[in-house]
Ligand binder design. Sequence first.
Ligand code: CP
Length: 317
Amino acid sequence: MNPGYVFLHTNKSPYMKNRSLVSINDYSKEEYLKILNLAEEFEKNPRQEILNGHVVATLFFEPSTRTRLSFESAVNRLGGRILGFADSSSSSATKGETLRDTIKMVCSYADLIVMRHPLEGSARFASEVSTVPVINAGDGANQHPTQTLLDLYSIRKTQGTLENLNIFMVGDLKYGRTVHSLLMAMSQFNATFYFISPDELKMPDEYKRYLKSMGLKFYEFKDFTDIINQADIIYMTRVQKERFSDPIEYERTKNTYILRHHMLKDSRANMKILHPLPRVNEIHLDVDSSEKAYYFTQALNGVFVRQAIISSILGLK
Ligand code: CP
């Protein structure tokens, strides 16, 4: 974790200003909380024209609906301008331009870069080349830190706390970057983790070693129907088709878990179902009507949290 930053309780956040956000570990626990508190302010008052005159570039080398559009919505609501691309086939990457050269150009056009790229480590590389801060909007199976901050916001909002919760992570724990980032963040709040996956998609060993080093409890299961009553949060994930080298393995694992409404009958009153979305089959449509289904509100929370992240990094809040 990042031990290096002293947190000052001021209205502005000098220690986030001009810093890239590549990994969730780039922020301290206090900085997570600062972002969540600021996001609460934006939820109450989303239209604050504090980004006038600023330009944000969104470079999406991989498809996205929520991350790109919620970033763009956040910038628009703050009164800033957006440039960029939603599909790298419309950029000069198709002509062979390197990521290094692309970033060196874009940082002269924008005050902040938001980038999604299929290669793990690409966001860190971009942040080292860029003269303006870079926000990682997902790099391969590695990290998706802004998703994690909106997940933390959603968990705190629904549970009233982030401390001492039982977090179920279900599905593709091998390739799912959102669960990797969320695990690291929730490890700061004494969570107990329940990893539910088929053998092929288990949580990688390095994350389990990390939890052991922190003295945190985790359990691994292949099924969760009999233990669902222990969950405060069920974090469902999609099997990440785009990360499989073997399409047969994807076909074999893609429908391992399908959450149905009737499975929720013994769940706790406070339990909420989260999913970073998009979903494929892993949450049946009959769950949508449940008061425990929170995934669409979770995605909405992304706008407020991204307003908080952008304004903190640009030193405007
Ligand atoms: N949660 C998320 O990253 O969704 P998108 O892939 O649509 O951006």
